[in-house]
Design a protein around this ligand. Structure first.
Ligand code: HEC
Length: 135
């Protein structure tokens, strides 16, 4: 029984890894992001909203998880797209684009990336132009 459980978790993790892999391939064909997330790309109020949402919908599974390790070479869009389509894992696709951006802003803040004046852009291509980097 335990083996079954852990193998189904494995499949899920692989699925997500594959999805991330696919989007990385697509991103590799797209122009490399020209702006860094360190340039004040989200608003503090947005991260606060995202934090409340994260508390409500994500902490059950991700309480201790700090993202960032897998970031080098990726764009903000890849994290956004992954969350939008696959998270929360128990109700995927339930977040609106705005809620998803808010949660991404919270994740950036949790990685100590400084806030700016404007919220994350609502246009996919602009999110693709933002390079993930740790401070
Ligand atoms: C029911 C459990 C569950 C919930 C709730 C959940 N996740 Fe996940 N999430 C997972 C699993 C399982 C993975 C696969 C990889 C792993 O274990 O980190 C994952 C992976 C991820 C990843 C990509 C892999 C990584 O760790 O970088 C992100 C980003 C993410 N989740 C964000 C969220 C956000 C944001 C929410 C809330 C909106 C959320 N998750 C809610 C279970 C969950």
């Amino acid at each position: 029984m335990q083996r079954e459980l852990s193998s189904s978790r494995c499949v899920r993790v692989l699925l997500i890894a594959c999805t991330l892999g696919v989007s990385t391939t697509i991103a590799a064909q797209a122009p490399a992001p020209t702006r860094s997330v360190k340039d004040g790309v989200y608003a503090a109020a947005q991260a606060r909203r995202g934090g409340a949402l994260f508390e409500e919908k994500c902490t059950n599974c991700h309480a201790l998880r700090i993202w960032g390790q897998e970031w080098p070479g990726k764009s903000v869009f890849e994290v956004y797209d992954m969350i939008r389509n696959f998270m929360p894992e128990d109700n995927p696709g339930s977040l609106s684009p705005q809620q998803t951006r808010d949660v991404v802003a919270y994740i950036l803040q949790a990685n100590k990336i400084p806030a700016g004046k404007k919220e994350l852009p609502a246009v996919d291509d602009e999110l693709k132009d933002l390079r993930l980097e740790l401070p």
